[in-house]
Each structure stands twice: as C-alpha cells, then as structure tokens.
Design a protein around this ligand. Structure first.
Ligand SMILES: [Zn+2]
Ligand SMILES: [Zn+2]
Length: 127
C-alpha cells in the first residue's frame, strides 16, 4: 500500500508532528482520563505505528496519566497531541483533533463506552 504523509500539531504551533499513514485505525475513547485531560466529552484517537511517527518541531510535555499511560501535550498552549501506553509500545495514539486534516479519518469504533456520557451517540449509533 502506498503510504501518505500526514501532519499535525498543537494550537500554537510550537509542537508539530508527522506520520506515514497506511491503514490507520481511528477510535473514540470515552474514558474519564481522556475527558478530564481534554475538557471534551470524548477524544478521537488515531492508532499509528510508532516507527511511522515523529515530532518535527518542539518537544511536548509529558504527563503520566495512569500506571501505563503517558500523555504528550504542548507546554505553551496545552493541546494534547499523543498518548503512549507501556502495554503496547509499538504504537502511539495521536489525537485526531490535532491533525491538519482530521477529515481524512473517520472513527469506526469506540472504547470505554461504560463511562460514555449519556448524550453522546457512539459511532455505531448506540445512545
Ligand atoms: Zn502549542
Ligand atoms: Zn481515553
């Protein structure tokens, strides 16, 4: 498959990243940590092979948000751009909303639906 290059970054532009996209899964996460760290009802994530991803400008600040999870965000504007988990070091999760072209992807499944807010309809239409 031909690999396309995607780019994104934080609101202020201090942190920029790029990744090669082939078949990149995209999922909505309804967990309470995503909700609290983003301030949004849920967060859409891209699941990118860590070897296809790199920061092209700046160094994000890190927050260890759970025993295994670390979140990466701009220390100037606060935009969350990435999350890693020790249980699957081969991938890095990228926030869809920080991409330059978020419309290039569509979430196809959701996780942590047990903590989903009642007014949010899932990608499968569950309410
Ligand atoms: Zn920033
Ligand atoms: Zn989450």
């Amino acid at each position: 498959m031909m690999k396309v290059n995607y780019e994104g970054g934080c609101f202020c532009g201090a942190v920029r990243y790029a990744f090669k996209g082939g078949n990149i899964p995209c999922a909505d996460c309804h967990c309470t940590m995503c909700r609290r760290t983003s301030g949004a009802p849920y967060v859409s994530w891209l699941v990118v092979p860590v070897n296809d991803f790199s920061y092209t400008r700046g160094v994000p600040k890190q927050l260890q948000s759970s025993a295994d999870g670390t979140r990466f965000f701009c220390s100037d504007c606060g935009t969350h751009v990435a999350c890693t988990n020790k249980t699957h070091p081969e991938i890095v999760d990228i926030t869809l909303g920080s991409m330059d072209t978020p419309e290039a992807f569509t979430p196809t499944f959701s996780v942590f639906e047990d903590t989903r807010l009642p007014f949010v309809t899932t990608v499968s239409g569950k309410r």
